[in-house]
Ligand binder design. Structure first.
Ligand SMILES: [Mg+2]
Length: 329
């Protein structure tokens, strides 16, 4: 079906969306949902804009849908929340194919399935956009009352931990932007996958919620996100560069392009790993949470009463610059 939104109009598009398995409850002005007793509701919203967050040149509509869900679920994971619902607001050019819109929803479903999440898109809106596509997602989750993991709870002397590996997503984007070919670059697929279809740490976030003193997801880049956490908690940090977890694929590509892999790990954004602090007494509990959810977990430093510092590979101690992605600059 090569029909565009201009051909079918708003209401036939909404009818087609309402048919999808991943969507439920379209028909009223609002979605109604009763939270279970003894829980707080946590909410987050994030918009993906064409040519800012995604480029049709190198990703398909399913990828866009996947990522739109994943980035929001990652924010819920950072609070230790259980996701309960998603709302989708789409702004779409009239020339967009109906099948492209449905593929975005397919991507959302694929992401939810990969996480074994039995939640639905319970509401949304479509509007016409003159030029570019925009996808705005609101995600809703729950945590036991008062139990959300915040950025502000770290104390000096806590360990700093991070899940997974860092820098993969930024290297994946680098490969795409430079049009480097899959055939020529071992590890291309793994890195590009991490950029286009990241996996939010929902299960680990829930398991770690009552153990950590503070938590944040790594979306802007490690050094920037450590900065956010430290500012909110009123602590400093001492990071050991040699401890930063990096993948073999990232190491190989970084070596070939002559930019240290640690630099990618420190400043590359969009890994959607979780960064957290915990009292040293809780180290084993945290390791168990990682093990039970099949998550790689690495201690990379400690919080301090001082400034943000990093011990470089050569032993030099420097100020940790909070370099990260910024909009509007
Ligand atoms: Mg976040």
């Amino acid at each position: 079906m090569k029909k565009t939104l201009k051909d079918v109009g708003e209401f036939r598009l909404i009818d087609a969306i309402a048919e999808l398995d991943v969507v439920s409850g379209i028909g009223d002005d609002c979605a109604v949902w009763t939270p279970p007793p003894g829980h707080d509701i946590v909410m987050t919203t994030d918009a993906l804009v064409e040519r800012v967050h995604f480029h049709h040149e190198w990703c398909v509509y399913e990828d866009i849908g996947w990522k739109s869900a994943a980035v929001n679920l990652s924010d819920l994971a950072a609070m230790g929340a259980e996701p309960v619902a998603l709302l989708y607001g789409l702004a779409l050019p009239a020339r967009t194919l109906v099948n492209a819109v449905l593929a975005i929803y397919d991507g959302v479903a694929l992401c939810l399935d990969s996480l074994n999440l039995d939640i639905r898109i319970t509401g949304g809106n479509v509007a016409e956009s003159p030029e570019r596509m925009m996808i705005s997602v609101t995600a809703v989750g729950i945590v036991p009352t008062g139990g959300a993991a915040l950025r502000s709870g770290a104390k000096p002397g806590d360990d700093i931990w991070v899940t997974g590996t860092l820098g993969d997503s930024a290297l994946g984007l680098f490969l795409l932007m430079n049009r480097f070919k899959k055939e020529d670059w071992p590890g291309w697929l793994a890195l590009v996958d991490r950029h286009l279809t990241p996996t939010p740490r929902v299960e680990f976030g829930k398991a770690a919620r009552d153990i950590v003193s503070a938590m944040i997801d790594v979306s802007d880049g490690l050094s920037g996100d450590i900065g956010h956490l430290c500012i909110e908690s009123g602590v400093g940090a001492f990071i050991d560069e040699s401890l930063l977890p990096v993948s073999e694929e990232a190491k190989n590509v970084a070596e070939r392009i002559l930019r240290p892999v640690e630099q990618w790990a420190l400043t590359g954004g969009e890994d959607y790993e979780l960064l957290m602090t915990a009292h040293p007494d809780r180290a084993n509990d945290l390791r168990r949470a990682a093990e039970s959810t099949g998550t790689r977990l690495t201690r990379i430093g400690s919080t301090t009463t001082g400034e943000m510092q990093i011990r470089r590979l050569d032993g030099a101690i420097e100020e940790l610059e909070c370099l990260s992605y910024r909009h509007f600059s």
